[in-house]
Write a protein that binds this ligand. Structure first.
Ligand code: 1GP
Length: 245
């Protein structure tokens, strides 16, 4: 059984807190992780589209691990920033990028590094959904085969591909701090068609929105901006996820 399924069996619906190592000093990242863990988060994800220093990733993970026992999962934007002190890595392919590098190239080059460092890979299909009139950072950097938020057929097609190629989970992301999150309708439509765990992130900033995504079929909710800018609301978000799940 995959580790994600194991956690879902053990804890019900999950919440992951995303910390970008470029946004604060490592000690502050440790404090944020501790708060999220006190609120009941199930994992700390470390990464972001613009991470630029391996040392900052290492120090950030190290401070987080001093403050909490919840697993640390790398959310990588490149093979350059893999660190041995993390527990897991979303070994993910950005399926709707038109670039070889984001779909396959970085993963190929990173595979031996993951093995050597002993980080446990979580095979993950990653889809970026476009919900904003202006592109998010991830959209600008990854040359997307655009999936609009109302294009259910395209989203389902990619979701089925993810399941049929044996990935352990599907992560659908509207990007960091988008205009709006992925719609409940799209979450529901994708959920109806696949059976692997479904992770939803991007633009979830309050408990009510998190609850609706879980109700629509999300298994895991990721919040990043809320952790960075309004950490108090993370408690409310986790409360709603756990009540629903
Ligand atoms: C981005 O899904 C994550 O990759 C988190 O998004 O920062 O909007 O919570 P937010």
């Amino acid at each position: 059984m995959s580790i994600i399924n194991e956690w879902l069996d053990r804890y019900g619906k999950l919440h992951f807190s995303l910390i970008d190592p470029d946004k604060q000093p490592p000690s502050e990242a440790g404090e944020k992780a501790k708060k999220c863990s006190d609120y009941g988060t199930n994992a700390i994800m470390v990464g972001g589209t613009t991470v630029s220093s391996r040392e900052m990733v290492y120090k950030t993970v190290s401070e987080i691990k001093k403050k909490t026992d919840v697993p640390v999962i790398l959310f990588p934007n490149s093979k350059e920033f893999l660190v041995e002190n993390a527990d897991y890595i979303f070994f993910m392919s950005l399926l709707n990028s038109k670039d070889y590098k984001h779909k396959f190239g970085e993963q190929l080059e990173g595979a031996l590094v993951v093995k050597k460092l002993g980080i446990k890979p979580i095979p993950t299909g990653y889809l970026v959904i476009s919900t904003s009139p202006t592109p998010t950072t991830v959209e600008m950097k990854t040359n997307l085969d655009r999936i609009d938020s109302d294009d259910m057929e395209k989203a389902v097609k990619y979701a089925l591909y993810t399941e049929y190629t044996g990935m352990h989970c599907l992560y659908m992301d509207a990007g960091s701090n988008p205009y709006k999150p992925i719609s409940d309708e799209m979450v529901r439509e994708v959920r109806k068609n696949i059976s692997i765990p479904l992770i939803i992130g991007g633009g979830i900033r309050d408990g009510e929105t998190a609850r609706r995504k879980v109700e629509a079929g999300a298994d895991i909710i990721v919040t990043g901006t809320a952790v960075e800018e309004n950490i108090g609301v993370v408690e409310e978000i986790i409360g709603e996820i756990k009540r629903e799940g």
